[in-house]
Design a protein around this ligand. Structure first.
Ligand SMILES: [Zn+2]
Length: 376
């Protein structure tokens, strides 16, 4: 029997992404003519039927006339998604000469049934002198498991674990032994990924990766492309985000609001625990004291951009004081940037990569505490 395993970090695939130009498809034969982007002729017998297995995605099938096991190549091409095919593994070599026992292999490819073929690479703790075949997550014998990942996902994870913006520095600072211990401590009962919340990718992790129409962004490269960088700069330079007109003072009408009684430090601590920017906005609408405290509070909104959009590293230097036009509403800017780069179904365009980065970042953040605990 054949099956796929998935990236330990993003939960995404190493193979089998199928692409098709949707609008040119003929409804009668489209489901069976989708291009196999792997090009390796790997057998994919007994493809699960899409009938009845989707809820909201059914509308796509009726709209386009065929099932969802395909990505729209007008939104993302096989070439753009090719980065997902290269992997490395994090493993443990108890016999390594030095104190550090965990290793990261060189690049490799997925084979089948959680088996990967990897090259040696440059890690001195790597146990072999030539390419080797590993079984991921659950080896057949007494060997320790290895964990496969895309290199860009590993680099992003390194930035999350070390709170470092620079990729090279972050990768050097990662404690691989601690990371290995962290990953090993997280259950992986289905032996194809860890028991983490992989967001949109969890929906596609079936026996084989399921390409789902409308979710093309999950295989978009994590880079900030020249187009997305230019659009970020244009958005920030735009004069669209002016401060809202001063509202009527409703303070005399507030009879009982817990936020009115909170000390300043506690008030801001509570706000820092609200992860979703829309929730902060809702709080501003619901509570006059919160509204009044945050309305013109530019330091708060600037800090909010840095924390809630932490993984958009290219953005942070652009919101420095000397880069912003005068009178800019940072609250409006935050909400616009959040909306533009938020991962969501049916998104397309230059921000797909940054949206996927935010998508992967949410998994990285789940690993941070486990890693820090393993580092002590
Ligand atoms: Zn990945």
């Amino acid at each position: 029997m054949s099956w796929d395993c998935y990236c330990t970090i993003c939960g995404g695939p190493f193979e089998i992404c199928q692409f098709r130009t949707i609008r040119k498809a003929k409804p009668a034969d489209s489901q069976h003519q989708a291009t196999d982007a792997t090009g390796d002729g790997r057998e994919r017998a007994e493809e699960p039927s899409s009938a009845g297995e989707y809820d909201s995605d059914e509308s796509d099938e009726s709209e386009y006339g065929f099932g969802n096991d395909v990505y729209d190549e007008d939104i993302i091409t096989a070439d753009e998604a090719r980065w997902t095919r290269t992997l490395s593994v994090l493993g443990l070599n108890p016999h390594a000469a030095g104190a550090k026992k965990a290793f990261v292999s060189g690049p490799g490819r997925y084979y089948d049934r959680s088996i990967v073929d990897v090259e040696v690479g440059d890690d001195p703790s790597y146990p072999y002198t030539e390419a080797y075949r590993f079984r991921c997550y659950s080896p057949d014998d007494d060997d320790d498991p290895v964990f496969p990942f895309h290199r860009p996902c590993y680099e992003l994870l390194a930035q999350a674990l070390t709170r470092t913006d620079g990729v090279e520095t972050a990768v050097k600072q990662v404690g691989k032994d601690a990371l290995y211990a962290a990953m090993q401590s997280i259950p992986h009962p289905i032996r194809r990924c860890l028991s983490l919340d992989y967001g949109f990718n969890a929906k596609a992790q079936e026996q084989w990766w399921r390409c789902m129409l409308g979710y093309e962004f999950v295989v978009a490269p994590l880079d900030c492309t020249p187009a997305s960088s230019a659009l970020l700069r244009a958005t920030i330079a735009s004069h669209s985000f002016q401060p809202a007109a001063v509202a009527r003072d409703l303070a005399p009408k507030v009879r009982n609001d817990l936020f009115q009684k909170l000390p300043f430090e506690i008030f801001h601590m509570v706000l820092s625990l609200v992860g979703d920017n829309d929730a902060v906005l809702s709080l501003c609408r619901a509570s006059w004291p919160v509204n009044a405290a945050l309305r013109d509070n530019e330091p708060f909104w600037r800090s909010r951009i840095r924390t809630s959009l932490r993984c958009l590293f290219e953005l942070h230097p652009l919101i420095a004081d000397d880069h912003l036009p005068p009178g800019k509403s940072l609250k409006g800017l935050l909400l616009a940037l959040d909306a533009l780069t938020r991962p969501r179904k049916h998104m397309r365009g230059p921000f797909m990569g940054l949206a996927n980065r935010r998508h992967v970042w949410s998994v990285c953040e789940q690993l941070v505490d486990v890693y820090l605990a393993a580092s002590r």
